[in-house]
Design a binder for this molecule. Structure first.
Ligand SMILES: Cc1cc2nc3c(=O)[nH]c(=O)nc-3n(C[C@H](O)[C@H](O)[C@H](O)COP(=O)(O)OP(=O)(O)OC[C@H]3O[C@@H](n4cnc5c(N)ncnc54)[C@H](O)[C@@H]3O)c2cc1C
Length: 501
C-alpha cells in the first residue's frame, strides 16, 4: 500500500521523529516524510501540498511519462531560493528521502518523483532575466525552454537549450543538452557561465570560472550528484532568425533517410550552425512507417542548405520557413501524460548500412509487442558531430563527457510508448534486450562507442560507464568535497548517480 501522509499521521509520528532532528542517517520513508512534511508545513503553510490537498493530483502528475506519477508523502513548492536552502536543511536533518523535479521530462519512475518521500518541485522558481548587456540570461530551475526563448526574443537573442518547447531547463542543462546548433556552439552545458547551487547542508554557493571551479566543471554533465541548482546563467547569442525545414517521408525512403542522417553527422561542420531531430515512427494500426526531419539552420538561407541530402529524397511533405526562434519552438509541444515510455539507446559511428540493419531489426521486433495496448514505437537518431565537442576542448573549462572532437557519432534510440502498467516489465525487457543486442553487434564490428546520454537513456543504463573513468573519479571527488554527508547520494537517490568505488 502506498504511504500517504496526513496532518494527523504527521503529528502522531512527530514524537518519534524528534529524535531524528540533526541526524544524518536515512530513516524510513514514512518517518522521514512525516518529519520533513511537518516542519515544512509549519514553516511554509500552503507551499506544502499534502495528499489531501486539492492540487496534490495535479502536482504529482506534472510529468511527461505516466510511469513517473508516484505518490510522495508531500510536495514542497518553494518560490524563493532561501526556501530551497531551508528545505534541504530540513530534509537532511530529518534523514528524509526526497526527489527533485525541474521540468519533469526525465522518463523513468524515481528519477524525478518518489513514493512516500518528499518531492521538491521547483516549478515556481521559473524567473528568466536577460542581462542588461545582452550577453547572458539567468534562468530559474523551474523554467521550460520556451520561457527562455520568449524572454530572449524581444532582444533578437537566442541560446543553446532544448529542441522542443516544454522540456525543463534544469534537467537538460545538468545532463548535457542537445540543441540543433551544437555543431557550432557546443552543448547546452558548454554555454552555462555560472550556476547558483544549494549544497547538501543547505548552504548556497556560486560555481563559475572564478569561484568553485571544480564544482563548475562537475555540473557540466554530472547531473544531480552535487546539489540543487537554483539559477543557471546561460550565454545569450545574437541569433534573430532560423531557417527551418520539416520533411516527412514514407518507408521506401528510409534507407536514403538513414544515409542522409549519417552524411549529416559526418559533414555538419561548425562553419554553418545546423542540426536536427530525426525519427521514424511506426503506426501500429496501418503498419506504415513515417520518417521525419526537423531541421534548423542559423540564418535566413531557405531552404537550409545543410539538409540538401534530405531535400533530394522524394518527400510526402516539406515545409520550409524562415522564422524567429520563438516561433519555431512554440509549436513543438511534448504534452505531459500522453503515455508510459521506455527509452533505450547506444552510440555508434555514422555507418548507414549498419544503422539500417538496426532499423530493420527494430522494425521486425516491433511485431513481438504489437499486441501491447497503445503501442507507439519510434526509432530516433541524434547526431553528435565532432565539432560539438570542440567548444569544451577550447574554452578552458571542458565538461564531464570528455569527448574528443576528432570523431562524429550517431546516438540511435528506441523510444516506445504504451498505455498500461501491466505491460511495463515486458516493454522494459523488450527495449533492453533489443538495444543491448545491436550494441553488442556494433561492438563486434568496431562501430560502437560506450558513450551514453542521460536524456536518451533507460533506467537500466549506467550513463557514467560511458564517461572517461578519470572524469568519473574527479566527479566523485567533487561530490565528496561538496556533499560530504551524502545528501544527494543517499537521500536523493533517484536519477543517474555516480555511485562509489
Ligand atoms: C519529449 C522529450 C524531448 C526531449 N528533447 C531533448 C532535447 O531536445 N535535447 C536534450 O538534450 N534532451 C532532450 N530530452 C531529454 C531531457 O533533456 C531530459 O529528460 C531532461 O532531464 C529534462 O529536464 P527536466 O528538467 O524536464 O527533467 P526532470 O525530470 O525534472 O529532471 C531530470 C533530473 O535532474 C534532476 N534535477 C532537476 N532539476 C534539478 C536541479 N535544479 N538541481 C539538481 N537536480 C535537478 C531531477 O531530480 C532528475 O533526476 C527530451 C526528453 C523528452 C521526454
Amino acid at each position: 500500500m502506498r504511504f500517504r501522509v496526513s496532518y494527523q499521521l504527521a503529528l502522531g509520528l512527530f514524537a518519534n521523529i524528534a529524535a531524528c532532528a540533526g541526524c544524518r542517517s536515512v530513516v524510513s520513508l514514512e518517518a522521514g516524510a512525516s518529519c520533513a512534511c511537518t516542519k515544512l508545513a509549519a514553516q511554509y503553510g500552503d507551499l506544502v501540498v499534502l495528499p489531501d490537498s486539492s492540487n496534490y493530483t495535479a502536482e504529482s502528475t506534472e510529468y511527461w511519462d505516466v510511469r513517473s506519477d508516484l505518490q510522495p508523502g508531500c510536495i514542497f513548492l518553494p518560490n524563493e531560493t532561501t526556501q530551497v536552502s531551508s528545505a534541504v536543511s530540513i530534509l537532511q536533518s530529518c534523514g528524509t528521502q526526497f526527489a527533485i523535479r525541474g521540468g519533469g521530462h526525465m522518463n523513468f519512475p524515481g528519477s524525478n518523483n518518489i513514493d512516500g518521500g518528499v518531492l521538491l518541485a521547483l516549478n515556481s522558481l521559473n524567473e528568466v532575466v536577460v542581462a542588461s548587456d545582452n550577453q547572458s540570461v539567468s534562468v530559474g530551475p523551474g523554467a521550460r525552454w520556451v520561457d527562455v526563448y520568449a524572454a530572449l526574443a524581444p532582444y533578437d537573442l537566442y541560446c543553446i537549450g532544448g529542441r522542443l518547447k516544454t522540456i525543463g531547463v534544469s534537467g537538460l542543462t545538468l545532463i548535457g543538452g542537445f540543441h540543433y546548433l551544437i555543431n557550432k556552439y557546443g552543448m547546452t552545458m558548454d554555454n552555462v557561465l555560472s550556476y547558483d547551487v544549494v549544497l547538501g547542508n543547505g548552504t548556497q554557493v556560486t560555481a563559475n570560472e572564478t569561484s568553485n571551479g571544480d564544482l563548475f566543471w562537475a555540473l557540466k554533465g554530472g547531473g544531480s550528484n552535487f546539489g540543487i541548482v537554483t539559477k543557471f546563467t546561460i550565454k545569450a547569442l545574437p541569433i534573430a532568425s532560423l531557417s527551418t525545414t520539416i520533411q516527412a517521408f514514407d518507408e521506401s525512403a528510409v534507407p536514403a533517410f538513414i544515409n542522409a542522417s549519417c552524411d549529416l553527422a559526418l559533414n555538419d561542420g561548425p562553419d554553418l550552425a545546423a542540426g536536427t531531430v530525426l525519427s521514424i515512427s511506426v503506426n501500429t494500426t496501418t503498419n506504415a512507417a513515417i520518417a521525419s526531419l526537423l531541421g534548423v539552420q542559423e540564418g535566413t538561407e531557405s531552404p537550409p542548405s545543410r539538409f540538401a541530402n534530405f531535400s533530394s529524397i522524394p518527400a510526402l511533405t516539406v515545409v520550409n520557413k524562415v522564422q524567429p526562434p520563438l516561433e519555431w519552438h512554440s509549436v513543438l509541444e511534448t504534452p505531459n501524460q500522453m503515455f508510459r515510455v521506455q527509452f533505450a539507446h547506444h552510440t555508434m559511428k555514422p555507418d548507414g548500412a549498419q544503422l539500417y540493419r538496426i532499423y530493420q531489426g527494430w522494425r521486425a521486433a516491433v511485431q513481438d509487442v504489437i499486441d501491447v495496448e497503445g503501442l507507439y514505437p519510434t526509432f530516433v537518431m541524434n547526431i553528435l558531430p565532432k565539432s560539438a565537442a570542440s567548444v569544451a576542448k577550447t574554452n578552458g573549462v571542458g565538461n564531464t563527457w570528455g569527448l574528443d572532437d576528432d570523431e562524429s557519432w550517431i546516438i540511435w534510440q528506441f523510444s516506445t510508448g504504451w498505455a498500461n502498467a501491466v505491460d511495463d516489465l515486458r516493454m522494459t525487457n523488450w527495449a533492453r534486450s533489443l538495444s543491448d543486442y545491436w550494441h553488442a553487434e556494433n561492438t563486434a564490428k568496431g562501430l560502437a562507442s560506450e558513450f551514453l546520454y542521460a536524456g536518451d537513456a533507460g533506467e537500466f543504463q549506467n550513463i557514467f560507464n560511458g564517461y572517461p573513468i578519470e572524469n568519473v573519479r574527479r566527479m566523485r571527488a567533487v561530490r565528496d568535497a561538496y556533499d560530504p554527508s551524502g545528501t544527494f547520494t543517499r537521500l536523493n537517490w533517484g536519477g543517474f548517480k555516480l555511485g562509489g568505488e
